[in-house]
Ligand binder design. Structure first.
Ligand code: ATP
Length: 446
């Protein structure tokens, strides 16, 4: 049973993951700010994606394109004409709904009568230029993909790579969603992680299968439980006009199964459209076969914020330990906002110098957090709530034997190790080395 969304929202506020945007002015609907813990988790999600998609591969390169683009990009891509949702409005309470959300022609909020659907473009418009009357209307990008397509020629000619070739990008996107909600699941400003993988026609179906599997496995490797993840192929009538085929990776969110990522076979639609509208030849010359063709593209498109939410929900647990409830995030260590907390047993002038020294040693290699306020038990619980995999405790015995205690978040095992080489020991544990929980030197304590 998935956790209640309210519990996640409350933990996020309490522990500095996510705050309502402009809160002191009453908040701005569906806009959220990532706090000190949230920004680390979000960065780790993006880093994990970049590592798997760009760093560990020889056939993908990265790019970072501007949010504002030439308005003709969005004419060519089809967004000006068809990036629309049918919208209905309640005649009584004036609440607006996506037409697909209302099943019985009555307002789900007040039961009032609804208007006929009208098409609503989801792109945000703004004006570029210092003088409003002369300025031109431009759009905030609703996806990062088009920045990739319009740079296809630049990247191919400068990267000296052959097809199949992927171009990856992480960045902000904006959509004037009719009904944002469910916390950071659907917002008007969010971050995309998109890969456009260019292939030869005829190999596209195989590559789609390949990427669907890669992307599904990525979430599992980062700790999402298999039973909370599923694949759904789009029906023919559901496919976007340009798509040949599409799969959604869906996660069992508190509100039910919902899209986490889409993986589409977009055919040669995008490059052909931009070639037509720009007058540039965007075909690819294959020197080995002597052929020239417009590549097909496979697009895995994921949301940073939605993945962030799924990882949080999946990691959330409340456990009974020694008659007390412990709230813990079992986050994958590579996603956890803080990897190691350094905790002197108490704020004592004899302990502080050594604790600071340990902290200095560890912060070179890990995201660390130094905390010497309140009881050690309360500090452990705070670290559990933010998902810190390891706590290192410095006590009075440490002053004698130069050893510290490492406490592991999930097993609650504690082991005593020398300060010298502590970073290497932690690195090995992060790499999967088992905790030696033999009774001689390990204890399990809340
Ligand atoms: P939905 O059907 O939920 O509106 P979509 O099919 O329009 O999503 P895509 O255009 O395929 O979404 O974007 C890819 C991914 O980007 C989505 O799977 C989701 O993770 C993320 N995403 C899209 N829109 C939003 C949004 N408004 N807020 C947060 N994330 C979003």
């Amino acid at each position: 049973m998935p956790v209640d969304m309210d519990k996640i929202v409350s933990l996020c506020k309490r522990r500095g993951f996510v705050f309502q945007s402009s809160e002191i002015y009453g908040g701005l609907g569906s806009c959220w700010d990532y706090g000190p813990m949230g920004v680390e988790l979000k960065r780790n999600v993006k880093d994990a994606w970049w590592k798997a998609i760009v760093q560990e591969r020889n056939d993908v390169v990265g790019i970072d394109t501007s949010i504002m683009m030439h308005p003709r990009v969005w004419e060519a891509s089809g967004h000006v004409d068809s990036f629309t949702d049918p919208l209905v409005e309640c005649k009584a309470c004036h609440f607006r709904w996506r037409a697909t959300e209302v099943s019985d022609q009555r307002c789900p909020k007040c039961g009032g009568e609804l208007t006929e659907p009208r098409m609503f473009n989801l792109m945000f418009k703004t004006l570029m230029g210092p003088v409003e009357e002369e300025a031109s209307t431009i759009y905030l990008r609703p996806e990062t993909a088009q920045g990739i397509f319009v740079n296809f020629e630049n990247v191919v000619s400068t990267s000296r790579k052959k097809l199949p070739l992927g171009i990856a990008q992480i960045g902000k996107s904006f959509r004037n969603e009719i009904t944002p909600g469910n916390f950071v699941f659907r917002t008007r400003e969010f971050e995309h992680m998109e890969l456009e993988y260019f292939v030869k026609q005829g190999t596209d179906e195989q590559w789609l299968d390949y990427w669907v599997k890669e992307r599904f496995d990525w979430y599992i490797e980062l700790g999402i439980k298999k039973e909370n993840l599923r694949l759904r192929q789009h029906g023919r009538n559901e496919l976007a006009h340009y798509a040949k085929d599409c799969y959604d990776v869906e996660y069992l969110f508190p509100m039910g199964w919902s899209e986490l990522e889409g993986i589409a076979n977009r055919g040669d639609y995008d490059l052909s459209q931009h070639a037509k509208h720009s007058g540039r030849d965007l075909s690819y010359y294959d020197a080995e076969s002597g052929e020239r063709y417009v590549p097909y593209v496979i697009e895995p498109s994921a949301g940073v914020d939605r993945s962030f939410l799924a990882f949080l929900i999946d990691a959330y647990d409340e456990e009974e330990i020694g008659g007390e409830t412990r709230t813990v995030l079992h986050l994958h260590p590579s996603l956890a906002p803080v990897t190691v907390a350094v905790l002197p047993l108490s704020r004592n002038e004899r302990l502080t110098p050594l604790a600071k020294e340990v902290h200095k040693q560890l912060c070179q290699s890990f995201m660390t957090y130094y905390d010497d306020s309140q009881s050690i038990g309360r500090r452990y619980r705070r670290q559990d709530e933010t998902g810190t995999p390891f706590c290192v405790t410095i006590d009075f015995q440490s002053l004698e034997d130069n050893q510290v205690t490492i406490r592991e978040r999930d097993s609650l095992a504690q082991i005593r190790v020398p300060i010298e080489g502590l970073a290497e020991i932690l690195q090995a544990k992060l790499g999967g080395e088992a905790f030696d929980t033999s009774p001689l030197w390990a204890t399990r304590q809340p």
